[in-house]
Every structure is written in C-alpha cells, then in structure tokens.
Design a protein around this ligand. Structure first.
Ligand code: 8YV
Length: 317
C-alpha cells in the first residue's frame, strides 16, 4: 500500500516527544533544507506542512521551494522567524502555541530574577568549592518589595506580574499602548521604565519592531544596582551593549534565557560569575512541552481535516 501520510518538513531541532508524535501521523523529512538540499528538492513537491519551533527560521525563500506547502505549525508562542507576510501571500496558514506556556515562562522569569538578585547559582558553586569553610559569601540583594518593570505586558507579562505581586513588588510596564484591564502603572518610554525599576524583565515579541530595543541607554538607566532579565528573544537586547554595561558596572546583573546567536553564548558573558545564564528553557518542562506539542499537533490535524485551526497567528485570524 502506498504511504498516504502527508509529507511534512521539520524546520529545526524539535523536542523528541513532539517529533515522535509527528512520525505517527506524517511522512517526516527532518531538516533536509539544512542537511541535504538536493534531497529536499526531490521531495519538495510532496511537502504540505512545516513543523517549526519558536526559534526556527522559515523564510519566504524556503516556502517558495515547496509548491504544495499549505501550513506552518510553530511549537512556541513566538513566531518571529516565520515570514508571515510571505505565508499570507502564498495562502499558507501559520499557527503557534499561545497560553499553554504562560505559567512556565513566568516561573522561569521569577526564577532568573531570584537567581540573579540572590546569586543562587554562585551560592551553590560556593558550597561545592568548599569556600564556606573560609567564611560567609558576600551579601546579595533583596527582591521582595522592590520595583519591577515589565517590557511587554501580554499574556506572559501578566503572568509574571501576578507572581511579582506575591513578592510585594511595585509593578510598572511598557507596551505599545496602555492596557485598560490591568492595575499596573504604564510608562510609555522604555528608558523611563528602566530608570524607575530595580528589575527590568523583557517579555516582548522578537522581530524587526523590537530589535535592540534594550540598548546602552536603557541599561544605563537601569543602573549599577539594576538587574535585566530576558525571557523573550536575544534580538531584543543589544548584546554588545549589555556586555559593556555589565563589564564596567553600569548595570548590576542579568538573568538571561535567550541570546542573539543561540546556542552560541558570548564568552564574555560566560566569564561573568554574577550573570545567570540558562539555555532557552523558558517553556522546557515535560508538562508544558507536552501541552505545546498537543496544541501544535491539533493545529496540524485540524488543518488536514479541513477544519478551522485552533490557534492561528494574529495576522492570519
Ligand atoms: C520555544 C519559545 O518555542 O514559545 C516560544 O516562543 O521561545 C520557546 O517556547 C521552544 O524552545 C520550542 O522550541
């Protein structure tokens, strides 16, 4: 019997639990565009869908190589790597996985704030290295009761604010416009927000509109005791300016889950013991990746059954 499973291209490294589920329903071509363009050219006329991650690049040039492409399913809330305008022009649907990861990414942001303020990773290293025997570790900074600035008050930003309330933090935010439905203080300008914050947490979408939004001026405003946390996209922060600010003490510290050129992290950041670094794990728990995988699969399933997809990206709603 001929293989009747629809052909699908995986655009980037995806979590194994999702890849396994994809194999059950589709004829999967894993990253052929990167590893074997000639093989991709042979199967290109068959490929009807792309499975991508939040970090994947799905440019218009890739879509143009796939004449039967009708659907891009992103495992992630962010889809800044997908050329949505090109997809729209070709009649290609794009879906993502909002909401199911709000708690996880918000938990990660709070974890990075605590780790950077209280220096928990350094404290762990202190004990393991036997340094406690020589005396107490240097004092750190208090998080409870301090001032939080949130850059981007979307679904995840609000989940971060909910948690910060329990820490007695005063909460302000910046976004394209003030939100009517929140009790937090709106600050129109990100430099002003930074100047009024002890912690600046970045959770705004990536892409051209926010590229290097957190620049030298913002970091300067956050100041020598300020802490920057980025759980959005590396592209939102000017990494060169960040390294310079951390080096010369213009900025107090940072907790970073995302970087400009993942998985490559600048050596200068790795050499700073007071900076907390994690490998883009904002949504990376068994439970949340399962929920994201289920939603991404259900979007594909609905599409191939001729039904409305569950979570199209806003531009294609
Ligand atoms: C990744 C993310 O998508 O949701 C996003 O936008 O950045 C992450 O959750 C995740 O790494 C899946 O690949």
């Amino acid at each position: 019997m001929p293989n009747s499973k629809p052909h699908l291209l995986i655009a980037a490294r995806l979590p194994p639990l999702y890849v396994q589920a994809l194999h059950a329903e589709y004829t999967v071509h894993d990253r052929l565009h990167d590893t074997d363009p000639a093989a991709l050219a042979r199967v290109a006329p068959e490929i009807r869908a792309i499975a991508a991650s939040g970090e994947s690049k799905v440019p218009g040039t890739l879509m143009a190589q796939l004449p039967a492409l009708k659907m891009v399913s992103v495992l992630g809330v962010g889809y800044d790597g997908v050329d949505v305008a090109a997809a729209k022009a070709r009649g290609v649907m794009v879906t993502h996985t909002p909401d199911v990861l709000n708690d996880e990414v918000a938990d990660t942001a709070i974890g990075l704030m605590l780790c950077a303020a209280r220096q928990l990773p350094a404290a762990d290293r202190y004990v393991r290295a036997g340094q406690w025997l020589n005396g107490a570790m240097p004092l750190t900074r208090k998080m409870s009761g301090s001032r939080l600035g949130i850059v981007g008050l979307g679904r995840i930003g609000k989940a971060i604010a909910d948690r910060a309330k329990a820490f007695g933090m005063s909460i302000a935010y910046t976004s394209r416009s003030a939100k009517a439905d929140v009790p937090y203080r709106f600050v129109a300008n990100v430099v002003d927000l930074a100047a009024q914050s002890d912690f600046l947490v970045v959770i705004t979408p990536g892409g051209a509109a926010t590229r290097k939004m957190i620049n030298a001026e913002v970091l300067q405003a956050l100041g020598p005791t300020g802490i920057l946390v980025n759980v959005a996209r590396g592209s939102v922060v000017d990494e060169t300016a960040l390294i310079a600010a951390l080096k010369d003490g213009a900025l107090g510290g940072a907790g970073l889950d995302v970087f400009e050129d993942e998985p490559r992290v600048p050596q200068a950041l790795m050499d700073m013991p007071h900076v907390v670094l994690t490998p883009h794990i904002g949504s990376a728990t068994q439970e949340t990746r399962q929920a994201m995988s289920d939603l991404a699969l259900n979007n594909l399933k609905a599409f191939f059954a001729g039904q409305a997809v569950l979570t199209p990206v806003p531009e294609l709603r």
